[in-house]
Ligand binder design. Structure first.
Ligand code: DUC
Ligand code: ZN
Ligand code: ZN
Length: 492
């Protein structure tokens, strides 16, 4: 009997806090040893990977992914289900997804939505997975179920400050935050001011401006900046951790940084679309720009990208997620082209489903940019998500005897550049916003709980549908209220 199930030799192991020439041994799906290069020579294993000096990292954790969701942000339904979305994830080096379990306004129960989402995911996943509940009906039943969510292994929620179908009033946001504090739940907030967006849309419509690029005009930075500041204020009032999702505006990031400097438990997420896309991508001929319609939208240009990169480097951003929100482009029933009607034969920006695919390209895009220190890269693409959402150190780490053997193994430095094409990807979407981009890296192997599920040069996708497991999550190891006392109205 071989001693180990898998050895990964000759790699440059990079975690969030260490880089070194280590060899890794895996047993029963767990990291068994991480030892100086050469130390495992005398040991036997069922399988050995020679990493040839390539980087070996904890598997990617993508904490913002939409799969198999009904049309909640307007028209359109997500093109990826749990099978195709998690398949795409492992082929891009991501071993854990946290997707959304959406609650519509006419559904009083969150637990029922959780059950329905379990049914969509169960036995269908290639990667490990958990859910954030989207709470759009913060009525008494939903609030009373937060404790039940915790018991079911859910320790985070997402709420919206925009979209008629999802938006909560400030008083409802306070209801959510108040109970989230009691139950030690992290609340993710989509921070855009819905009224500013609706008002701007009306002005554009009066001028008969309907092209995809007006989506950017209709979501001005001020909508994000105001809502971000308001979300921070509400969380400060209740003294409860929040994470502002998909931040696109450096000025919004500045509010977050100011709050963090004041010691508030305010966390933030950004996404590749705010590092690599701009308004120009929505201003392509014809309807092409619809491919890059997402909310908040990509901003003006280089300066905005620079501000977001700096926010990652200086720690304002805790996580770099994909916000994979996949809609077919060339599809009139559920895709981007639902916005093309007899009245608007060239489409209307207001009705273009909001979202871009990116679960498979997130890691490669960010690493190929050669911008981040490697440990910072691991921190924001894996470890911090695991910490923030109660999965650490099972995920996001390589702790012997403790961490799952989830690995992303890259090519040695100097791998030939290649041009990204949608046909290389494993999602169920007919485009990537990054078509034609030159990439310098791609995961050579992805390992999930000791199984090689992706081997780029040795068969590609090797993982099996149904291997992915649901992850029950605990409390955040990163975020908590500052005061341990009970909230008291007389204190204000
Ligand atoms: N918010 C998301 O988180 N994803 C896609 C669209 C949106 O508004
Ligand atoms: Zn959102
Ligand atoms: Zn999203």
């Amino acid at each position: 009997m071989p001693e180990y199930d898998l050895l990964v030799l000759n790699g440059l192991v990079v975690t969030d806090n260490e880089t070194g020439e280590f060899d890794i041994a895996v047993k029963d799906g767990k990291i068994a040893e991480v030892v100086p290069r050469g130390s495992l020579k005398a040991h036997t294993a069922s399988k050995t990977i020679d990493a040839e000096g390539g980087m070996v990292m904890p598997g990617g954790v993508d904490a913002h992914v939409h799969l198999d969701e009904p049309p909640l942000f307007g028209k359109g339904a997500t093109a990826d289900n749990y099978e195709t979305g998690t398949r795409s994830a492992i082929c891009g080096g991501t071993t854990t997804l946290i997707t959304f379990a959406p609650q519509a306004k006419n559904q009083p129960s969150l637990l029922a939505c959780l059950e329905a989402t379990h049914a969509r995911a169960r036995d269908n996943c290639y990667s490990d997975y958990s859910f954030h509940l989207i709470c759009s009906n913060a009525g008494p039943q939903a609030i009373s179920e937060f404790a039940g969510l915790r018991a079911a292994g859910i320790s985070s929620l997402k709420i919206y400050m925009t979209y008629e179908a999802l938006q909560l009033k400030d008083s409802e946001i306070l209801d959510v935050l108040f109970e989230a504090r009691k139950q030690q739940i992290v609340t993710m907030i989509h921070a855009e001011n819905g009224a500013i967006i609706d008002w701007t849309i009306k002005k554009l419509e009066e001028k008969k401006l309907f092209a995809p690029k007006y989506h950017v005009t209709s979501h001005p930075p001020v909508a994000e900046i105001e809502a971000t500041y308001r979300a921070i204020s509400l969380s400060d009032f209740i003294d409860v951790p929040i994470l502002i999702v998909h931040v696109s505006s450096p000025s919004a990031a500045q509010h977050i940084n100011d709050a963090q400097r004041r010691g508030l438990p305010v966390y933030a997420e950004t996404c590749p679309q705010y590092l690599f896309l701009t308004r120009k991508d929505l201003d392509k001929p014809g309807f092409e720009g619809a491919k890059c319609v997402c909310s908040p939208p990509p901003r003006e240009g280089e300066q905005d990208h620079e501000g977001i990169w700096q926010g990652i480097e200086n720690g304002t951003f805790t996580v770099l997620s994909s916000d994979h929100c996949p809609f077919l482009f060339d599809n009139h029933e559920i895709g981007k082209k639902t916005s093309i009607t007899a009245e608007h034969p060239n489409g209307h920006f207001r009705y273009i489903p909001n979202g871009c695919p990116g679960v498979e390209t997130r890691l490669s895009l960010a690493l190929s940019a050669h911008r981040l220190q490697l440990q910072k890269f691991v921190e924001v693409t894996s470890t911090n998500a695991a910490k923030l959402y109660g999965l650490y150190p099972k995920k996001g780490a390589l702790v012997p005897g403790v961490s799952d053997a989830d690995l992303t193994i890259w090519y040695p430095e100097g791998m030939k550049e290649f041009t990204l094409k949608n046909e290389m990807l494993h999602h169920n979407v007919d485009y990537t916003p990054y078509e034609g981009k030159t990439l310098k890296q791609w995961p050579r192997y992805t390992v999930l709980r000791g199984e090689v599920v992706w081997a780029k040069d040795e068969g590609g996708l090797l993982g099996k549908k149904g291997y992915g497991q649901f992850l029950k999550r605990g409390v955040s190891s990163l975020a908590g209220s500052r005061s341990k006392e009970e909230w008291n109205v007389e204190d204000f």
